[in-house]
Design a protein around this ligand. Structure first.
Ligand code: ATR
Length: 280
């Protein structure tokens, strides 16, 4: 019998995950199907337990459910997801146990490694202090990066940096307001934008322009719609290396796929499927 996988969220209609995972299942000849389900926070508990009872193969969670899922006592988070305070992947164990993971951090890490970025000791500027920044910064701190979180609301950056420092991870971390960005970038190796700036439909917005960037930088924008954000265009103009948010999207999905199936997914096909869906 076909095994069912899915993403729960609200809204969830535009999710690219069904196309990406179904392409992978089909290419590997696996008798599985992945579907998007609209689930409100009030129904999350019933939806997860229902999926487990019906033998689902695994679940992804998206907005606005990632933080709420961690508060359900039957969801057992792994240490990274617990620190981040959000889960985006649920794995159903044979004994009825439900494990929670956050694959956003691993997805970002893989996107950097793929582009040849060394993480340990690298000077990274993470712009933003929301949910995405938490996942990225906790992961990179665990891998020994030297991180500055920079955010419009300075207290949020300082708060996140304090939390990560308290977790006693190998990396160094500090938080500050946006005004110091230009100076920080001069000595940085990597800039990661986790803010919503530049996201469709406000495609003209950017955290910095080419004049503040340089060719020694790698600029990673986790925004994937549009495919090339204004920030990535500015980075290209400055001679910096660029990493598209599509890579993080694919790699977080690939990591979930591995957790559910133990099988290595076809990464190039997943990338191609996502790119086609975004261009359609
Ligand atoms: P997510 O969970 O997707 O990261 P979020 O928690 O809403 O989303 O965080 C959005 C991030 O983008 C925040 O860091 C936000 O800055 P504030 O903490 O000051 O709100 C940042 N952001 C959004 N719009 C911005 C803008 N116009 N200029 C600068 N930063 C912006």
């Amino acid at each position: 019998m076909k095994q069912v996988f899915g993403v729960f969220g609200d809204p969830v209609g535009h999710s690219l995950s069904p196309a990406m995972h179904n392409a992978a299942f089909s290419a590997l000849g696996m008798d599985c199907i992945y579907h998007a389900f609209r689930v409100t926070p009030e129904k999350l508990e019933k939806a997860i337990l229902g999926a487990e009872a019906m033998g689902f193969g695994g679940i992804n969670l998206t907005v606005p459910l990632k933080e709420k899922a961690l508060k359900l006592d039957f969801v057992k988070p792994d240490p990274l997801a617990k620190r981040i305070g959000a889960v985006n992947t649920l794995v159903f164990g044979k004994k009825g146990d439900i494990q929670g993971y956050n694959t956003d951090g691993p997805g970002a890490k893989q996107a950097l490694l793929d582009t040849g970025v060394e993480i340990r000791g690298s000077r990274m500027v993470v712009a933003g202090a929301g949910g995405a920044a938490r996942a990225v910064a906790f992961q990179l701190a665990a891998d020994g990066a030297d991180i500055t979180v920079i955010n419009r609301t300075e207290e949020r950056a300082v708060g996140l940096a304090r939390e990560i420092s308290a977790a006693d991870l190998p990396g160094k971390i500090r938080g500050t307001g946006l005004s110091g960005l230009k100076e920080l970038l001069r000595d940085a190796d990597v800039l990661i934008n986790t803010t919503t700036l530049g996201m469709h439909p406000n495609t003209d917005a950017t955290i910095v322009t080419a004049e503040e960037l340089h060719s020694g930088l790698t600029v990673f924008d986790i925004v994937y719609n549009p495919l090339e954000t204004r920030l990535l265009r500015e980075a290209r103009t400055s001679g910096a290396k660029t990493i598209s948010g599509v890579l993080m999207l694919v790699y977080q999905g690939a990591e979930a796929f591995r957790l559910w199936t133990g099988v290595e997914p076809p990464l190039e096909l997943m990338k191609k499927t996502v790119l086609e869906a975004l261009q359609a």
